[in-house]
Design a protein around this ligand. Structure first.
Ligand code: TXA
Ligand code: MG
Length: 356
């Protein structure tokens, strides 16, 4: 692929040029409240294909289509079930993607060959302005190169996409920091496909019963047997280059495990943890040789979520070879965090409490 002179559009610069580029079939990275997206006109097959070549992955995944408040969604979906409408009223604009029946004009390259389309209305002001100006539905996966954690700053996007796309719109750090919640509302009972900023508890408070796709809590979306030729792609999603293991147990047990295993680390050790666990460790052991990523207090899950992907990238910057992560209690926003952390750890969680 030939190198493009990628434009960085600063936060104080106007968006018209980026919007016109989208209309003309170019690929533009833009901020949302969840993560940065790699956008192109969802109705333009060539434009959508260009997203895939920029990302460096084959065009088999269905993409989320982004719209702005006031956009006539009949341009892209056939019908809106009653429960879907209630979810939209409650959570749009915001970090929720709804799977709906696709209108025929939405190309298969956008929907990954499916008869449904994932639709989302982001709340980030820059995203809304760009989408409104472009006035095309914009297909956008997360703006990372294949296999890297999703980008939550414009610099992350620059690292991955510079020279490969028309422009990057800087909108500052993302507020949520995890990709949107995805819910399939085409059946009788809504089905949670990916946990995110809109929690299961929030969804249930609006539509009652919501089922959870079994793979959500297992961390591995597919079994090795199902896709023997593409394990790297699916398993190493979000993963830092070093080996990540998640430790589940009391702060005391996790600390003992770490102390016992640090001597086995031949490269650089890293720790991914809450402020509480880090404070505990500092009281009882020397951490000077360890690279620490402090996600913040367990009492502030929103802050921990916001920092996760940046922290995973920082382990690479610091050449960490062995990373010890703190497994979190799986409810609220931690359900979404653990879903990503489990994938980053290839599903490996160690229970370190002594058996009672
Ligand atoms: O927060 C987000 O959703 C971000 C920002 C940019 O909006 N986008 C994002 O896109 O995370 P991506 O491509 O990284 O993830 C899209 C996910 C995929 O796992 C895909 O399988 C699912 O959405 N998806 C999209 N359309 C679907 C459909 N019709 N049926 C089932 N799953 C779908
Ligand atoms: Mg992604």
């Amino acid at each position: 692929m030939s190198k493009i002179d990628t434009r960085w559009i600063r936060e104080d610069e106007p968006l018209l040029d980026a919007a016109l580029a989208l209309r003309a079939g170019q690929v533009v990275a833009f901020p949302t409240e969840t993560v940065y997206g790699l956008g192109a006109d969802a109705m333009n097959e060539d434009a959508v294909r260009a997203i895939y070549s920029a990302k460096g992955r084959p065009s088999d995944n269905p993409l989320i289509v982004h719209i702005y408040p006031g956009f006539d969604i009949r341009r892209v979906v056939q019908s809106v079930p009653a429960k879907a409408q209630r979810l939209m009223d409650a959570f749009w604009p915001g970090p929720l993607t709804l799977i709906l029946p696709r209108r025929e004009d939405v190309p298969y390259v956008t929907t990954g060959g499916l008869e449904t389309v994932g639709l989302r209305m982001p709340s980030h002001p820059k995203a809304m302005e760009l989408l409104r100006l472009a006035d095309v539905p914009v297909a956008a996966p997360s703006a990372n190169r294949s296999g890297r954690p999703s980008p939550t700053t414009a610099s992350h996007v620059w690292e991955d996409m510079q020279g490969r796309i028309y422009a990057i719109v800087d909108g500052g750090p993302c507020e949520v920091g995890l990709e949107s919640t995805i819910i399939d509302v085409t059946g009788d009972v809504p089905l949670l496909l990916r946990p995110g900023g809109i929690t299961l508890e929030m969804l249930r408070s609006v539509v009652g019963d919501v089922e959870v796709e079994p793979s959500v809590a297992k961390g591995l979306a597919i079994s090795k047997e199902e896709h023997p030729r593409a394990p790297g792609m699916k398993y190493r999603h979000y993963a830092p280059k070093g080996a990540l293991v998640l430790l589940k147990g009391s702060d005391g047990s996790k600390t003992r495990y770490l102390a016992e295993h640090l001597p086995d680390v031949h490269g650089k050790a890293g720790v991914l943890a809450s402020s509480e666990w880090i404070a505990y460790m500092r009281r009882v052991m020397d951490l000077s040789a360890v690279h620490i990523e402090d996600l913040g207090s367990r009492t502030q899950p929103d802050i921990m979520a916001r920092r996760l992907f940046g922290a995973l990238r920082n382990f690479d910057e610091n050449a960490c070879t062995d990373i010890f992560g703190e497994a979190l209690q799986e409810d609220g926003l931690f359900m979404a965090m653990m879903n990503r952390m489990r994938r980053a750890a290839s599903g490996v969680i160690l229970s370190v409490d002594p058996e009672s």
